[in-house]
Design a protein around this ligand. Structure first.
Ligand code: ADP
Length: 473
C-alpha cells in the first residue's frame, strides 16, 4: 500500500497555483494603481502649471498696459482674493533687485527665492516643499518685460491631499482585492484539482488490488475525462498483457512438462532396470532427442520475442524468393515422396525482395513442414511464387486436414495447436515465427482453410524496388 507522502505546502499544485495566480493578480492590480496614480498626479500638476502660466500672461499684459503700479495693484488684489498663504508674487529688475513683493510671512524663504538660473526669457516651472511647514507648492519664474522678472508661487496642498487620499484608498482596495484574488485562486485551483484527486483515488484502489476498477466520467471537465479514458485504455492494455504473459507462462510450463517427464522417466528406467550398454545408448539417444526438441522450442521462443520487441536485426540483401522457394522445395521433395504426397512448384520468373535470406528460408520451411505434416498420403501440396506489382506473393497450398473456423483465428498465437494436431510432432511456435519474420519484412501472412479439404497460406512481401535498394546501400 502507498504510504501517504509528507505534506509540504509548496509541493502542492493547489498551493502553487493559488500563490501564482495571487501574485499575478496582485502584480497587475498594483501596476494598474501605480499607472492611474501617475496619470492623476500628472493631470493635477498640469492643471496648476496651466493656471500659473495664465496668471503670468495676465501680469504681462497688465504690466504692458499700466506699468509697475498697475502690477502692484494686481498683486495686492490677487493677495487679498486668494489669501497670503495661498499665493506669493515677487518681481526683480535686471540686476536681481526686488522691485515688488507680496506678503511672504507665510512662506519659507527657500520657496520664495528665485531659482539660480540664467535669466531665461521663457518661464520655467518648479515644484517645492516648504521646509518649515512641509507644505507643497508650485512656482513659475520668467521674464515679464525686458527688465523685469517675476517669481510666482501657489500652494498645492489640496492636490497633495487628493493624492494622499487616492494612495490610501488604493492601498485598502489592493489589500481587499489581494485577499479576494487569493481566495478565488485557491477555489479555482481546488476545483481543478478535484478531477485529479478523483483519478488518484481510483488509481489507489487499483494499487490496493481492485484490478477491475475503472474511471467513469468525472464531470470535472473534458481534459480530466480524457485523462480518465486514456488511463482506462492503459489499464485494459496492461490487463491484456498480464493475461497474455500468464497464458504464455502456463503454455511454457505445459510444453516443458511432457519432454521433462519423458526425460525423467527414461532416465529412471535406465537406473532401475540395470540395462545393457546398448539399452543405455538408446536411453541417451532418447534423452538427446527430447533435449533437441526443448532447445528448438527455446530457440523459437527467443526468436519470436526478439522480433516482437524489435531487438532482432535483419541481415538484409536482395533475395530472389523464386530461387529460395525452389531450393526449399527441393529439400522437402524426398520427404514428400516418402509419404506419398505430390509436390507441385510453379515459379513465374524471378521475384526479388530486400530481406534476410536465412529468416525467409526459415519461414518458407515452416510452412512447407506444416503442409507436409498435416497432409495425408495421396494428398498434394502446391507452391506458387509470383511477382505482382509491388509485391511478391508466396502461396503454400495443401489438400490436408484443414483448420476449423474456431481454430483459424488463433493459429499464429504462440503455443496454439488445434486439438486434432496434437498427435503430430510440434510445439505450436512455427506459425508465430513465420508471422514474426514476415512482419519484420513489412509483409503480411494470411491463412484460409476448409476443414477436411485443405489449407492455403499466402505470404505477401514488398518487392524490391529502387527504394529498397537505396535502403540497403
Ligand atoms: P505446430 O508445431 O503445431 O505445427 P504451428 O505454429 O506451425 O505449430 O501451427 C499451429 C497450428 O496450426 C498447428 O498446430 C495446426 O493445428 C495448425 N496448422 C498449421 N499449419 C497447418 C496446415 N498446413 N494444415 C492444417 N493445420 C495447420
Amino acid at each position: 500500500m502507498l504510504s501517504a507522502p509528507r505534506y509540504r505546502f509548496f509541493d502542492s499544485v493547489k498551493s502553487r497555483l493559488t500563490l501564482l495566480s495571487g501574485a499575478i493578480i496582485a502584480f497587475t492590480t498594483l501596476a494598474a494603481f501605480l499607472l492611474l496614480y501617475g496619470y492623476l498626479a500628472h493631470a493635477l500638476q498640469s492643471n496648476v502649471d496651466q493656471g500659473l502660466f495664465a496668471e503670468f500672461r495676465e501680469f504681462q499684459s497688465i504690466y504692458q498696459g499700466g506699468g509697475l503700479d498697475a502690477l502692484r495693484r494686481e498683486v495686492a488684489l490677487e493677495e487679498s482674493a486668494k489669501g497670503k498663504s495661498q499665493v506669493f508674487i515677487r518681481a526683480f529688475d535686471g540686476k536681481g533687485g526686488e522691485v515688488l513683493t507680496s506678503d511672504l510671512s507665510y512662506w519659507n524663504p527657500t520657496a520664495t527665492t528665485p531659482p539660480d538660473l540664467a535669466r531665461e526669457a521663457l518661464p520655467v516651472f518648479a515644484g517645492f516643499e516648504d521646509t518649515g511647514s512641509g507644505r507643497h507648492g508650485r512656482s513659475i519664474y520668467g521674464q515679464l518685460a525686458p527688465d523685469l522678472w517675476v517669481l510666482m508661487g501657489v500652494d498645492t496642498e489640496h492636490n497633495e491631499i487628493v493624492l494622499a487620499t487616492y494612495r490610501q484608498r488604493c492601498l485598502e482596495v489592493f489589500a481587499v482585492s489581494l485577499l479576494a484574488a487569493l481566495f478565488a485562486a485557491w477555489w479555482i485551483a481546488r476545483r481543478a484539482m478535484q478531477g485529479v484527486q478523483a483519478l488518484t483515488a481510483v488509481a489507489e484502489d487499483i494499487t490496493r488490488g481492485e484490478m477491475t476498477r475503472r474511471i467513469t466520467n468525472t464531470g470535472h471537465g473534458r481534459e480530466i475525462d480524457r485523462l480518465g479514458q486514456v488511463f482506462n485504455t492503459m489499464l485494459a492494455r496492461i490487463a491484456a498483457l498480464i493475461q497474455e504473459a500468464k497464458g504464455l507462462n502456463d503454455s511454457i510450463a505445459h510444453e516443458l512438462r511432457s519432454p521433462l517427464t519423458r526425460i525423467r522417466g527414461v532416465a529412471e528406467m535406465a537406473i532401475t532396470n540395470g540395462a545393457t550398454l546398448e539399452q543405455h545408448r538408446e536411453t541417451v539417444a532418447e534423452i538427446v532427442e527430447a533435449c533437441d526438441g526443448l532447445l528448438a522450442m527455446v530457440h523459437s521462443m527467443l526468436a519470436i520475442s526478439e522480433m516482437e520487441s524489435g531487438v532482432a536485426r535483419l541481415d538484409a540483401e536482395p533475395v530472389d524468393c523464386a530461387a529460395l522457394v525452389a531450393d526449399s522445395c527441393e529439400l522437402f521433395e524426398p520427404a514428400a515422396e516418402d509419404r506419398g504426397i505430390k509436390m507441385n512448384v510453379e515459379i513465374a520468373g524471378p521475384a526479388e525482395v530486400f530481406g534476410d535470406r536465412g529468416r525467409l528460408q526459415q519461414a518458407v520451411a515452416n510452412l512447407l513442414d506444416n503442409a507436409l505434416k498435416y497432409t495425408s498420403s495421396g494428398g498434394g501440396i502446391n507452391i506458387r511464387v509470383t511477382h505482382q506489382g509491388d509485391e511478391v506473393l508466396i502461396v503454400v497450398e495443401d489438400t490436408g486436414v484443414g483448420i476449423s473456423k474456431q481454430d483459424l483465428p488463433h493459429i499464429f498465437e504462440r503455443f496454439y495447436r488445434a486439438d486434432r494436431s496434437r498427435s503430430k510432432p510440434g510445439n505450436g511456435l512455427g506459425l508465430g515465427l513465420v508471422q514474426g519474420i514476415v512482419k519484420m519484412h513489412d509483409g503480411r501472412v494470411e491463412a484460409r482453410s476448409v476443414l477436411g479439404r485443405g489449407t492455403v497460406f499466402n505470404v505477401h512481401l514488398p518487392a524490391m524496388d529502387s527504394q529498397n535498394i537505396a535502403k540497403g546501400q
